[in-house]
Design a protein around this ligand. Structure first.
Ligand code: FAD
Ligand code: FES
Length: 295
């Protein structure tokens, strides 16, 4: 693929005191947090993240992808899972709490005009940026109703309203979809290794492949994959893209201290046209051309 060309993403980073508007709690310690942060909301684009002070007692911030942003109302949504001290303290924040954040950070996914078939593959806490990508696609291409398909995987319950889909996905018999995606006419399907009603039982990349197998060589040439999730899933996604010779953009996660490009704590190895180089996930990513990343 032509290498992703991003403008300097640091121009969108601002520090802001955000206010918790709402905090919804789902099964398996998953939460959706709505923050009032007009600066961040007005700059946020699909694929970016915020670096959030989860609690005043913590020295280090934690990075979270932006799931959706409403510049006109000044808020963003984050979906997160409790895994350690920071996210456990975050889960205790009530409406009205003030949480300082840096955002919006990072390079977004790029929607190439010559690749109108867009396949979104999200896993676990990699689902939120895929929701943002889907909403952006629908906003930018309101009439392309059979061009974008989303496949989401989770080994715990999905923190979304799930329903029987009315939007067919060629090659796929599983019928459960995410209501938010259905509402914007983007067909979605779910995968899990657990026995979940209406979901494909297996890996999300296997589910996506069922769909890819139905595409003609001509349609494969104009397809592109967008993905975010755990590293093994990104590896499988990259292999899938190679197998079908499809361009693929992935969003990476790394431990982050500053998230503004200053500490090099989030370096990953990228092999570009000039050979291998270390790139910072926070400001050079988090979105990279999958073919350049060692997974
Ligand atoms: C760009 C980016 C976007 C992210 N988006 C989301 C999101 O939308 N929702 C969400 O729930 N999480 C997201 N994460 C991961 C989230 O930042 C970590 O789960 C969080 O920092 C953990 O903090 P903690 O103090 O609760 O846990 P810690 O005590 O720091 O760690 C607990 C566990 O989480 C793992 N962990 C911690 N940080 C990371 C990390 N950066 N990447 C992978 N594993 C980690 C550790 O291995 C450990 O097992 C994102 C990370 C990055 C880099
Ligand atoms: S976290 Fe400091 S450079 Fe990326």
């Amino acid at each position: 693929m032509a290498h992703l060309k991003h403008p300097d993403s640091r121009s969108t980073i601002h520090m802001e005191d955000s206010i918790v508007i709402s905090h919804h709690h789902y099964d398996d310690r998953q939460h959706v947090l709505r923050l009032h942060c007009p600066q961040c909301a007005s700059h946020a684009v699909h694929g970016q993240f915020v670096h959030l002070q989860c609690d005043r007692s913590l020295l280090l911030r934690r990075p979270f992808s932006i799931m959706r942003a409403r510049p006109d109302e000044g808020w963003i949504d984050l979906l997160y899972k409790e895994v350690g001290q920071g996210t456990m303290l975050l889960a205790k924040q009530a409406e009205g709490s003030v949480l300082n954040l840096l955002g919006s950070i990072g390079n977004p996914f790029i929607l190439h005009e010559d690749k109108p078939i867009r396949i979104l593959i999200g896993g676990g806490v990699g689902i939120p940026p895929m929701i943002f990508v889907a909403e952006t696609i629908r906003q930018q291409y309101p009439s392309d109703t059979d061009m974008t398909y989303a496949f989401m995987g989770s080994e715990i319950s999905f923190p979304f309203t799930v329903l029987n889909s009315e939007l067919p996905v060629p090659g796929v018999t599983a019928h459960h979809a995410i209501e938010d995606m259905e509402n914007i006419s983007i067909p979605s399907r779910l995968a899990s290794l657990r026995y979940l009603t209406g979901c494909y039982r297996g890996h999300v990349t296997e589910l996506a492949e069922k769909f890819l197998q139905t595409l003609s060589p001509e349609r494969l040439q104009i397809a592109e994959i967008f993905s975010c999730g755990p590293r093994p899933m990104l590896y499988a996604t990259k292999r899938l893209a190679m197998k079908y010779n499809i361009d693929c953009q992935i969003s990476m996660e790394e431990y982050m201290a500053c998230a503004t490009g200053g500490c090099a704590g989030c370096n990953v190895k990228i092999t570009g046209p000039d050979g291998p180089a270390m790139k910072r996930v926070c400001v050079d990513g988090p979105v990279f051309d999958a073919s350049l990343v060692e997974l």
